[in-house]
Design a protein around this ligand. Structure first.
Ligand code: R2B
Ligand code: URA
Length: 313
């Protein structure tokens, strides 16, 4: 630390001119001669991280590899960085666990389904950004979800991710003990994103709580899984209680995403389109074309936000 510089307390925000670097609260990393990011098929001895990724300012993550490739191609066109129809190389081509694409300052990565899958990806992504010496990075999850009490196709910007008992926390078991981590997200970023949605003016967007579950069927109170141990009345009572608690959608990754971004000092948001209204049913029965168009909505919103942010600089 420079002489005369006062050390910040843990939660203190940097001043607007100060660069915000990535935090990796792991003292063991420093001692490692090489760090192999196994699930990305990248390593610090085999790849020059600062040269490859040092300019990254926006990271967009989403479940499906093909959607994240489509997003990278869409961003290519939006930022005038080439022909959006041209193929983009997958940086993680040496593995089929995750797919990663880079377009200028934007990284687009798939994370698979569920907390364990996105958590592994985020450990390696956070280390990738750290080894690359990136600063002032914004991370956005663009995904799908089930809506509660809102018109299908609406986009929800998450104010807070909550667990199935509606609490804003993520429980991680470490050495057999439960550690509780906060799932709050950047309120200012959520406001910037909803402002972008108003400017686009093409689809309904709301800010609300997002419930993160461990399962798509019983975990989300569906009646159409292989196993169901409750009545339709009990299901409706639970979903209505969720609505009354301010929850507007349900998905499967936001809690650990928010928790890990918080700990690493990353500005983060979750933007998910709702594929159905869960107060009206469980099956996703819209046509393929309708679902494809719905899934483009978070991409459009975040693409617009990135373009606007880069123009300000
Ligand atoms: C949304 O959609 C997936 C389940 O269909 C899951 O990854 C999620 O969070
Ligand atoms: N993803 C989910 O997790 N739930 C839904 O209902 C739809 C998409």
């Amino acid at each position: 630390m420079a002489p005369g510089r006062v050390k910040k307390t843990e939660n203190e925000q940097p001043s607007s001119i100060e660069k915000k670097s990535i935090e990796v609260p792991n003292p063991h990393l420093e001692k490692m001669k090489e760090d192999i990011l196994y699930h990305f098929d990248l390593g610090t001895n085999s790849h020059d991280f600062p040269a490859l990724f040092g300019d990254v300012k926006f990271v967009c993550v989403g479940g499906s590899p093909s959607r994240m490739k489509a997003f990278a191609q869409y961003i290519t066109g939006e930022l005038n960085l080439g022909d959006p129809k041209e193929d983009i190389p997958n940086i993680c081509a040496g593995t089929d666990r995750y797919a990663m694409y880079k377009v200028g300052p934007v990284l687009s990565i798939s994370h698979g389904m569920g907390i364990p899958s996105i958590s592994i990806m985020l450990h390696e992504l956070i280390k990738l950004l750290y080894h690359s010496k990136c600063c002032d990075v914004t991370v956005v999850r663009i995904g799908t979800s089930g809506g509660i009490g809102i018109e299908p196709g609406s986009v929800v910007i998450t104010s807070q991710s909550v667990n199935p008992t509606f609490e804003p926390q993520f429980e991680q078991i470490v050495l057999g003990k439960t550690v509780i981590r906060s799932t709050k997200l950047d309120a200012e970023l959520a406001q910037e994103l909803i402002q972008c949605s108003h400017e686009i003016n093409e689809f309904n967007t709301v800010i609300g709580k997002t419930m993160c579950t461990l399962d798509f069927y019983e975990g989300q109170a569906r009646l159409d899984g292989a196993i169901c141990s409750y009545t339709e009345e009990e299901k409706m009572q639970y979903l209505k209680a969720a609505y009354d608690a301010g929850i507007r959608n349900i998905e499967m990754e936001s809690s650990v995403f928010a928790a890990m971004c918080n700990i690493s000092g990353l500005r983060a948001a979750v933007v998910c389109v709702t594929l159905l209204n869960r107060l009206e049913g469980d099956q996703i029965s819209s046509t393929h074309d309708v679902l494809v168009e719905y899934q483009q909505r978070p991409q459009k919103l975040v693409g617009y936000f990135i373009k606007k942010s880069l123009m300000k600089k």
